[in-house]
Structures are given as C-alpha cells and as structure tokens.
Design a protein around this ligand. Structure first.
Ligand SMILES: NC(=O)c1ccc[n+]([C@@H]2O[C@H](COP(=O)([O-])OP(=O)(O)OC[C@H]3O[C@@H](n4cnc5c(N)ncnc54)[C@H](O)[C@@H]3O)[C@@H](O)[C@H]2O)c1
Length: 374
C-alpha cells in the first residue's frame, strides 16, 4: 500500500480548479509511490473558499496561507496564487520543510526566483514549477524523437502562444495587467510556457533580441468601470534568439490575436526531419521524415494515444483522446513520485529561474533595442 502525502493548496480559482481536479483524479489512474490526501484549501474570501472546499472534496479550508504552511501535518504545498505571492509562500514553505509545487512563472523577477532556488536548496525539499505542457504525450514523444536523433541537427524552434481575451479595451485592469502582481504580461503569462518548451525540447538559450508592446495603455478598474488605471505590462512580445546547440529561436506570445483562444503552435526543423504541434489538436504530432521516398514525402499525422506513449496507457484505449486537464494530472503524478523518492524532477525551481533569466533578457533587449546575452 502506497504511503499518503497531505496536500495544502493555496488559491482556488482557475488553477485551483485545474489542480484540485488533478489531485482528485491522479491516484485513480496512476499507480503512485505515494497517494495524495486533499487536506486543506486556502483562499482569502471565506464563503468562496468554503464552497470550493465542498465542491472539490478538500477536508477543510483556511483563509490565511500561513496556516497551511505552518501546519505540521501537511507534506505538500501547492501554490496557485498570482505571481507576486509565489516567492513569499514558497520560501516560507521551504523553511517549514514542505515539498512545493508552484505555478508559473516562478516569480516576479530573477531576484525573487534566485531567493526561491536558494530556499529550496537550503531546505533540501522537492520542488517543481507547473509547466504542465511538458507533460502532453505528443510533446514527450517530440522530445524522445529529438533525443533519438530523428530530426538530426536542429535548425529552427518556432513557437507561438496566442490568445485574444484582452482585445476588448474595456476588459478590466485585473492582476494579470499590473506589473506589481504579474511581473510581466504576455511574456510571463504565456511566453514562459513556450520558453520552457524551448528549453525542454531544444536546449539552453544563449542570446535574444525582442520587442514588446502594450497596445491598450489604460483600462477600467475592476471595482469601478468609470475610472481607469494604467496597464503596466506588455500585451504582446516577439523575440528571436539562439540556442547553445546552434539552433535559431523565433517566439511570439500575445493576448491580442483575435480568434486564437489558447493556441500554442510549435514547429521544429532539423537536418533529417521536422515536427509540428498545435495545442488545439493536442493529441497529434506531425512528423516529416526527409528520408522517405521522394514520391511519399509529406507530414505524417501521429495520433499520440497508443499504449506505448508516456501517460497515454494510464487513461483510455487508443484514439480516446486526452485534454487540457490531463496535463495537470500527469504533472502531479510525477511530482508525487518525486516527493516519495525525495528527488525533484524537471521542471524544478532551477528551471523556473532559468526561464526567468531568459524573460529578463528579452525585457532588457526590448528596452535597449539590442541583442542581450542570456
Ligand atoms: N500552468 C498554466 O497553464 C497556468 C494557467 C493559468 C494560470 N497559471 C498561473 O497560476 C497562478 C494563478 O493564476 P489563476 O489564473 O488561477 O488566477 P486566478 O485569479 O484565477 O486565481 C488566483 C487565486 O489566488 C488566490 N489568492 C490571491 N492572493 C492570495 C493570497 N495572498 N492568499 C491566498 N490566496 C490568494 C485568489 O483568491 C484566487 O483563488 C498564476 O501564477 C498564473 O500565472 C498557470
């Protein structure tokens, strides 16, 4: 019988729902080294957190995150709050000896991320950043193919993360549009994911050259639509760059691409072949093999649901497709095993810091209009 680990989760909205669902499902579908117990959920609004607690089957709720972090019965702290509170909560959790799963981006800036890495290292606690897209079976296959040499020498990593939810200038000035809560805009919110996928699939960035834009400079305040406040983050960012292995990078993150809801499109080209991935068709990986007979060449469409594919066998028979929520179940499955083994698995806080360093270089480049070393 696997041991149990008590989970304390902070934040109950978008990611709180995605993570609650993952904690709830994970041991039903995966044979784990340790099973989670959904012990306590935390949010500041008492009635909302109480209803989230009942809906998702958490044992109890609290309204101050310190009560979760200081609870000696809790083994895992799961941080789903806006970016400005990640560092304070994670550092306190590390000091209390808890394993930590933290949402991305790891922190507001490089300095905070460094302090978080130092804290988890000093405490020797298992840590992970929730870059859930790494755990899509199609992208696990892409990594296996790249590492196995199927693409040969890597030439290009093209990645676009496009949404459209703030095109309306009357969309209110929520926390994601304010630098003091978010750190950055499209860059940290969604660009961080395709930077992480670049590091996962291709390697380390060495230099970048970027541009950032805030199209709508002022927006109505959330509590009072007659008043406006300043938008202090980027609405969109594009950058080119280089990887250590010589491949070229071309990335774009925007929340101003009308019609694009959660579009993540990747294309990787190498000397022997190419891969194409589109999150809105996430069960498929397209593969072009340059060694095919000339009259048969074309992109092959791989439905990544066979039992051989990582995570796929834990779910349904081939062709019974997976969705967004499964990526979080895969993330917590690997995290629980890591906690049981007392050994972190990527992406760790060090990966979160490396990501933050790339983002800071992009910001500096956009500001100075120059190439910046990472
Ligand atoms: N992995 C992904 O794909 C993904 C997707 C969306 C958001 N995120 C990240 O998840 C985090 C949360 O984003 P979200 O979309 O769920 O935001 P949200 O606004 O929907 O929810 C934030 C939650 O944090 C709670 N909260 C805020 N400050 C708190 C505090 N001091 N103490 C306790 N609770 C507090 C709020 O009450 C709310 O429940 C962010 O870091 C975001 O970047 C990741």
């Amino acid at each position: 019988m696997a041991r149990t680990l008590n989970v304390g989760m902070i934040g109950y909205k978008f990611m709180g729902r995605a993570h609650s669902n993952a904690w709830l499902k994970v041991d039903k579908f995966f044979d784990l080294k340790a099973r989670p117990v959904m012990k306590v959920i935390c949010g500041r609004d008492k009635s909302s957190v109480a209803s989230a607690c009942i809906r998702w089957g958490w044992d109890q709720f609290v309204t101050d995150w310190r009560d979760v972090v200081n609870d000696p019965t809790i083994h895992i702290i799961d941080i789903n709050t806006p970016n400005d509170s990640h560092a304070e909560i994670a550092i306190a959790a590390a000091k209390a000896g808890k394993a930590i799963l933290c949402e991305k981006p790891l922190a507001l800036d490089v300095k905070q991320a460094q302090a978080m890495v130092a804290a988890v290292k000093k405490a020797g606690v298992v840590n992970m950043v929730c870059h859930n897209y790494r755990r899509i079976p199609a992208l696990v296959l892409a990594k296996r193919m790249i590492e196995g040499g199927d693409l040969g020498t890597l030439y290009h990593y093209r990645a676009r993360y496009a949404q459209d939810w703030i095109v309306d200038p009357n969309f209110p000035l929520g926390w994601r549009l304010q630098g003091k809560f978010a750190g950055s805009g499209a860059l940290g919110d969604i660009g961080a994911h395709i930077i992480d996928l670049g590091r996962y699939l291709i390697g380390e960035f060495t230099e970048v050259c970027g541009q950032m834009e805030t199209f709508i400079k002022e927006r109505p305040l959330p509590g009072d639509s007659n008043k406006k406040g300043k938008v202090t983050v980027d609405d969109a960012v594009t950058f080119i760059g280089r990887f250590q292995n010589g491949a070229l990078a071309n990335l774009e993150a925007t929340r101003f691409a009308l019609g694009r809801k959660n579009g993540i499109q990747l294309e990787i080209n190498g000397s022997k072949g190419s891969l194409v991935f589109d999150f809105e068709d996430m069960n498929r990986l397209k593969y072009y093999n340059g060694a095919d007979f000339a009259d048969r060449r074309g992109f092959r469409d791989i439905l990544v649901t066979e039992n051989q594919h990582t995570y796929a066998a834990n779910w349904w028979p081939p062709g019974h497709i997976l969705g967004y929520e499964h990526t979080f179940v895969h993330t917590v499955a690997d995290f629980l095993n890591a906690v049981a083994d007392k050994r972190s698995v990527p992406p760790t806080f060090e990966d979160g810091l490396a990501n933050q360093i790339v983002m800071a270089a992009v910001e500096k480049s956009a500001k100075t209009k120059k190439w910046v070393k990472v």
